[in-house]
Design a protein around this ligand. Structure first.
Ligand SMILES: NC(=O)c1ccc[n+]([C@@H]2O[C@H](COP(=O)([O-])OP(=O)(O)OC[C@H]3O[C@@H](n4cnc5c(N)ncnc54)[C@H](OP(=O)(O)O)[C@@H]3O)[C@@H](O)[C@H]2O)c1
Length: 357
């Protein structure tokens, strides 16, 4: 039996789902892979808990319950007010450790780099360390011991398709098109059905599909980060500022409160209705698409053929279409749930297993 020691940054929705998944997989992984996972450190934004002998399942469940109840790890029986994340890697790290980043902050990058420099593995659902300066992306990914499947499309194996099928088969990528936002998928499907843009945004917000400020979704930045990760995986030396992003609202609506924004939305209804109708006259529909072609990336609302894979996409699923030399008549298409804590945690766990010897 091989024991792998886990250090986890982040115990939010994805982080908690991951701990549960690791616990649930215990018996299966023992007989299937001869692997046993032991948590030796966990931390959140304020606290940390470290035990070189590994936390028991009962202790982990108690920590999850505390986090679920809105407490900091700092206030649990095993927690303390933490210093820097690099200190956690330094204190807890050991030869076979894997550091997991399920936070949403760029602050983890130095600790991830330290872990990789020490020869540990690293797995990310957090896009931010990979979408800073390209030198940072290269430094983090050059060891081959960092995996990041869940940063794009959650558990849908988008990165694996690129890194483990398309790139190593020397297949030339001509174009990649993807819908990587469940929220924006919900909106564009609704527009196609004739609903008003303002009603759709309000509905998505009420259903909890958007961030508390819907501009965080409608601005397109999250999609751009995912597209940048794909582009860099292809070896394109791009920065975030090289990507033209079309937000779904005009610049003047970026100012003001969320209530101001929601109140102003009906002003956009007529123009969206018009764009949908114009696309419809050409047997096309609108999707919020990340397009990678010729070394360039663009993110925005795009007319796509209704008969295409992107045009057929409904609701909040994610979809990616790879147009390559091999997949030239019809693209290689992957589609599935691209958000949600369980799918994301599933992608992270598969990456952890893939790093194990
Ligand atoms: N949710 C999804 O469907 C989904 C899908 C794909 C990818 N992702 C990515 O997965 C990551 C986690 O998402 P989530 O939904 O779990 O987010 P979340 O619920 O906001 O959780 C974030 C966690 O990170 C912790 N954290 C924040 N700053 C930290 C720091 N400096 N050091 C250590 N921990 C820190 C937070 O601590 P506190 O608990 O103290 O606040 C919290 O536990 C994000 O990068 C997100 O983009 C999420």
């Amino acid at each position: 039996m091989k024991t792998i020691h886990l250090i986890q940054f982040g115990l939010g929705g994805v982080g908690r789902a991951l701990v549960q998944r690791v616990l649930a997989a215990r018996d299966d992984f023992e007989w299937r892979y001869g692997l046993q996972f032991v948590y030796i450190a966990l931390c959140d934004s304020r606290g940390a808990a470290i035990d070189p002998d590994g936390f028991s399942h009962a202790q982990l469940r108690a920590m999850l319950a505390a986090k679920e109840a809105g407490q900091s790890l700092e206030n649990t029986d095993w927690g303390y007010k933490r210093g820097g994340l690099e200190d956690i890697v330094d204190i807890a790290g050991r030869e076979d450790a894997i550091v997991i980043d399920v936070t949403a902050t760029e602050e983890t990058a130095p600790a991830l780099q330290l872990a990789l420099d020490r020869g540990y593995g690293a797995v990310l659902a957090n896009k931010k360390p990979l979408t800073g300066p390209i030198e940072q992306f290269r430094a983090l990914t050059s060891s081959g011991r960092l995996r990041y499947e869940s940063t794009v499309g959650a558990g849908v194996p988008v990165i694996a398709a690129l890194r483990e099928a398309i790139i190593p088969s020397h297949d030339a990528v001509h174009r990649i098109e993807g819908c990587f936002s469940g929220t924006l998928g919900f909106l564009t499907t609704g527009l196609e059905e004739g609903k008003a843009f303002s009603d759709l945004v309000a509905e998505a917000r009420a259903l909890g599909y958007t961030e508390p400020d819907p501009r965080d979704d409608l601005g397109g930045m999250d999609v751009a980060r995912k597209a940048l990760i794909l582009a860099r995986t292809l070896g394109w030396p791009l920065e975030l500022e090289h990507i033209p992003i079309e937000p779904l609202f005009p610049p003047e609506m970026a100012e003001g409160t969320v209530d101001d924004f929601m109140a102003a939305l009906p002003r956009l209804d007529a123009s969206y209705r018009e764009r949908v109708a114009a696309a419809g006259r050409k047997e096309k529909t609108l999707r919020y698409v990340a397009t990678l072609a010729g070394g360039e990336v663009a993110v925005g609302l795009k007319e796509v053929a209704k008969a295409s894979a992107l045009g057929q996409l409904r609701g909040s699923d994610n979809l990616i279409a790879f147009h390559t030399d091999v997949y030239n008549q019809t693209p290689l298409v992957l589609q599935g749930r691209g958000a949600g804590v369980h799918g994301t945690a599933a992608g992270v766990l598969a990456d952890i297993v893939a790093l194990c010897p």
